[in-house]
Write a protein that binds this ligand. Structure first.
Ligand SMILES: O=C(O)CCC(=O)C(=O)O
Ligand SMILES: [Fe+2]
Length: 352
């Protein structure tokens, strides 16, 4: 178990101190760097025509567009989603105000390392593993649902309106995630409530990530390559850019879309849909000039929930791909091993 003394400094403190060389703990191995010379995953040329699809949820063709986007990308922007644009801006604004506040204020809400890697609060590192390369990122994680986990007194009190904004944002993202899960279920000819019921009671976390300017951005990652572990993630970001999605071996930049929300399918949806829809592998790169902010809202099962593939999607042509899994076991395997360049979900593959 890690001790508080071993905790790395906040990335923002390193950046504010004006370090000109990236500390060794943050240096990625050559093959994982943003522009590696040796890897199968290259970055798309800047003018690449490939970009994450945009689906207008208010249009009659939304169902078909979601089906295509899920099958081809596992990630897509939604517009026409019905969420008040002012709420998206308020959430980004609250997050930014937190990170721009004095360090001693922020540290009053530091996550408790002793409570494990997924503890709520202000933190910097994800993996408990001491030898893993660190992300060039600080974050604030909020436990927002179910209500029994939601304790706003654990969230910043020094940014006016912060707690109220997070509560409103949480409720609104829950509604949108459920609407999307219904569309996703129907797009596979499952009953509309199928995936929502397979996931069970929603465990929602909201993570605000803050990527400080990085002295040597070519050597670092803001957030290493991963897929999200739960069912579905909804992400908003500012206009700085840095999020990339892996598509057919190429890293494709995901620009921010004003008022748009990025939908990212996560691993449990891949298991439930028998791999018809894949979780999207993504990462965040950093830059030397501008800090970047994103807000990810994770819609996850409870730790005790058993996740199983929909029998309707298993057939002779589509044999079951993944073993059933208790969600808590799935999460602990990730925290103990880390992604190691492989997809976590591969550990569940059934030999065909
Ligand atoms: O900052 C981003 O754009 C990505 C965040 C993310 O992928 C995550 O928190 O899981
Ligand atoms: Fe993610």
């Amino acid at each position: 178990m890690e001790t508080a003394a071993a905790a790395p400094p906040r990335v923002q403190a390193l950046a504010d101190a004006g370090v000109s060389l990236l500390p060794a703990q943050y240096v990625q191995p050559p093959e994982l760097r943003p522009d590696p010379t040796t890897t199968t995953h290259r970055r798309a040329p800047t003018a690449a025509s490939l970009s994450v699809p945009v689906v207008d949820l208010s249009s009659p063709g939304a169902g078909d567009a979601v089906r295509r986007a899920c099958a081809e990308w596992g990630a897509f922007h939604v517009v026409g989603h019905g969420v008040r644009p002012g709420l998206l801006d308020a959430m980004r604004g609250a997050g930014l105000a937190f990170f721009r506040s004095p360090m001693e204020e922020k540290l009053r809400f530091a996550c408790d390392q002793a409570r494990g890697a997924a503890a709520e609060g202000y933190g910097s590192r994800m993996l408990a593993n001491d030898d893993s390369v660190l992300d060039w990122r600080d974050y604030f994680d909020h436990h927002t649902l179910p209500d029994s986990r939601r304790d706003p007194t654990r969230w910043p009190d020094f940014v006016p309106g912060y707690r109220d904004t997070v509560v409103k944002y949480s409720d609104s993202m829950k509604d949108l995630a459920q609407k999307l899960l219904r569309i996703v279920s129907e797009s596979l000819n499952l009953p509309p409530s199928y995936i929502e019921e397979a996931v069970g009671e929603v465990y929602q976390n909201i993570t605000v990530s803050y990527y400080s300017p990085c002295p040597q951005p070519d050597l670092a990652l803001g957030l290493q390559s991963h897929s999200d572990m739960g069912a579905i993630t909804l992400l908003i970001q500012d206009d700085v850019g840095g999020l990339e999605v892996l598509k057919d071996g190429l890293w494709i930049p995901v620009p921010s879309l004003p008022d748009g929300i990025l939908v990212i399918l996560a691993d449990q949806t891949e298991i439930i849909t028998n791999g018809r829809y894949k979780s999207a592998v993504h990462r965040a790169i950093v830059n030397a000039d501008r800090a970047r902010l994103s807000v990810a809202t994770f819609y996850d099962p409870s730790k005790s929930r058993k996740i199983c593939t929909a029998p309707q999607l298993v057939s002779k042509e589509h044999p079951q791909k993944y073993r059933d899994v208790i969600y808590g076991d799935y999460v602990s395997s990730w925290y103990s091993k880390g992604p190691e360049g492989k997809r976590n979900i591969d550990a569940l593959l059934i030999e065909q």
